[in-house]
Design a protein. Structure first.
Length: 360
């Protein structure tokens, strides 16, 4: 499966999560991504980062609720849960308070808002668990190769770090030593840091041996044309996106956006001449990749339209407190995100003679 299809599917689900604060729809989006990850996650160390993103999402929920409890909420509420001691602040800190009343309406509003960010983080974690970063790097155009290498190194840092921590904790448990708490964390931290430094040195040597950063000679006219197309395309994308987000730019938003995307793609194609690259067994974008990307795009499109036509269902109110309802058509559209779990091939299980891939 092409790694770009997984990223498009996950980003589309994340986009859908930003279009609603309905906890039922957000929970359904998280459940869809979790099911696909469980069914199609490869047996590799870099694919174990999904749990870390789930923990990060839970931390976001807790921090958001704590901030609302301590700093208050702009949402007026009548159901007071607890009253904390309030710290008086100077006049220049108008609008900010420490302590005071904690209302159910404010906490529910904070929970809805935090769930949206948590669902977005979990969708990004699904992309990290499903798409091989090295294969994704091979699919980038030549103009973005150096930038792509830096991004891939950044994306693989967390999975490799998690794999190192799990391996060291397992070794400490086998030796009868503590692997939890502050003491265990301190004794595991130094070997993890040492391994990260060794990987950095090895990576730098490998990149230097493979000619990282070398460029080919191209005529000055091609360089100027590339710069003009890329800059003009990015400006067109920004102007078109702004037009789509405003009521006045609905007529010119789509044409300007499409023209900007076309110019930027042409600039990237011309810019690829400066970075000659060969690809061994490039990934093909086949019918399954189209189905995976399309399933995510349909989810994002349906929720974007529903947010405009029925905002009350996708943004449930908290004043007065009411139980959120599950809108039928958006929920059915979210279930289309399960399609990759059935149309993509199952991951290969490592045999006894060939263990799972080790972090490099």
């Amino acid at each position: 499966m092409h790694p770009g299809a997984w990223w498009l599917w996950a980003l589309a689900l994340g986009t859908a999560a930003t279009r609603t604060t309905n906890p039922l729809l957000l929970g359904l989006l998280v459940a869809v991504s979790a099911y696909v990850v469980t069914a199609r996650r490869p047996h590799a160390p870099w694919a174990r980062s999904y749990g870390a993103f789930v923990k990060l999402a839970l931390a976001v929920l807790v921090i958001r609720l704590l901030f609302t409890t301590v700093l208050g909420s702009p949402i007026p509420g009548t159901h007071v849960l607890v009253t904390l001691p309030e710290v008086p602040l100077p006049d220049w800190a108008q609008g900010i308070r420490l302590g005071g009343r904690v209302t159910a309406e404010g906490l529910v509003f904070a929970l809805y808002d935090a769930l949206r960010l948590a669902a977005l983080l979990i969708c990004v974690g699904a992309a990290n668990a499903l798409a091989n970063p090295s294969r994704l790097l091979k699919s980038l155009p030549g103009a973005l190769y150096e930038t792509g290498v830096a991004v891939v190194v950044a994306l693989t840092f967390a999975p490799n770090l998690i794999a190192d921590v799990q391996r060291l904790r397992a070794a400490r448990r086998l030796r009868g030593r503590p692997d939890r708490g502050v003491r265990g964390l301190l004794q595991v931290g130094l070997p993890v840091l040492e391994g990260a430094l060794e990987r950095s040195v090895a990576l730098a040597a490998a990149m230097d041996a493979r000619g990282y950063g070398r460029t080919a000679r191209v005529p000055a006219a091609v360089r100027r044309t590339t710069a003009a197309l890329t800059l003009g395309g990015l400006l067109g994308v920004c102007a078109g996106t702004y037009g789509l987000l405003t009521a006045e730019g609905g007529t010119y938003g789509v044409p300007v956006l499409l023209a900007g995307v076309a110019a930027a793609l042409a600039g990237l194609r011309l810019g690829g001449r400066r970075s000659p690259r060969t690809r061994y067994r490039p990934d093909r974008w086949g019918p399954r990749a189209w189905l995976v990307a399309a399933s995510g795009a349909v989810v994002a499109a349906v929720l974007a339209v529903a947010a405009v036509r029925d905002p009350a269902a996708l943004y449930p109110g908290v004043v007065p407190l009411t139980a959120p309802a599950l809108p039928l058509w958006p929920a059915a559209a979210v279930l289309l995100g399960l399609l990759p779990a059935f149309v993509t091939p199952a991951p290969e299980r490592p045999s006894a003679a060939q263990p799972a891939e080790e972090p490099s």
